[in-house]
Design a protein around this ligand. Structure first.
Ligand SMILES: Nc1ncnc2c1ncn2[C@@H]1O[C@H](COP(=O)(O)OP(=O)(O)OP(=O)(O)O)[C@@H](O)[C@H]1O
Ligand SMILES: [Mg+2]
Length: 164
């Protein structure tokens, strides 16, 4: 069950806890989220969690569920990888801000424009970007000693409700 934890103006923010014993369970969550995002994904989704938590893995599962074929690279060095979603569903941009240090790079790389435009933005290490607009969904992934993942989903009630 999801519970409503805060109401920020017109937007209802909800929180939900999930358990991913394995990648197959994470895939089921990705498929539910993809269904809620389609037909025209337009959201900022933050992926929080330590190194190896499974952030890139979840992004890959989500992009696959949205119909992306071919190689899905980790954007660690390029910071951003862009995908055209099939069926005219728009653009998805995958960010990894782990090595992002220089705020001037934000302008130079055109990220201001990317975040101002519609489309799906998936951000690993969002806290290192320093200047992201408010997220529609935040996933906090915790790696457990038995290799399972505990996940807290916080954000827009419709998106959180979709992954329940
Ligand atoms: N839900 C899951 N269940 C089991 N194993 C997983 C799961 N998600 C990821 N893994 C495994 O954990 C490893 C690290 O995953 P991943 O690269 O996605 O982490 P990350 O959070 O993106 O790390 P980084 O901060 O370095 O970018 C991979 O080998 C992957 O197969
Ligand atoms: Mg990663």
């Amino acid at each position: 069950m999801s519970e409503s934890v805060a109401s920020g103006g017109e937007r209802l923010v909800t929180e939900l806890r999930l358990s991913w014993p394995d990648e197959a369970t994470a895939q089921a969550t990705a498929e539910k989220l993809a269904a809620a995002l389609l037909p025209a994904p337009n959201a900022l989704i933050e992926l929080h969690g330590p190194l190896g938590a499974g952030k890139t893995t979840f992004v890959r599962l989500l992009l696959r569920a949205l119909g992306v074929e071919g190689r899905i690279k980790s954007p660690s060095y390029a910071v951003m990888e862009s995908y055209e979603l099939p069926g005219g569903a728009g653009t998805a941009n995958h960010f990894d801000f782990y090595r992002f240090g220089d705020p001037r790079e934000w302008e130079d790389a055109g990220f201001r424009d990317v975040f101002a435009a519609p489309g799906l933005k998936l951000c690993e290490w969002p806290e290192k970007a320093g200047q992201l607009p408010p997220a529609d969904l935040q996933l906090f992934i915790e790696l457990m000693p038995d290799d399972s993942r505990r996940v807290r989903a916080v954000g827009d009630a419709r998106l959180v409700g979709a992954v329940e």
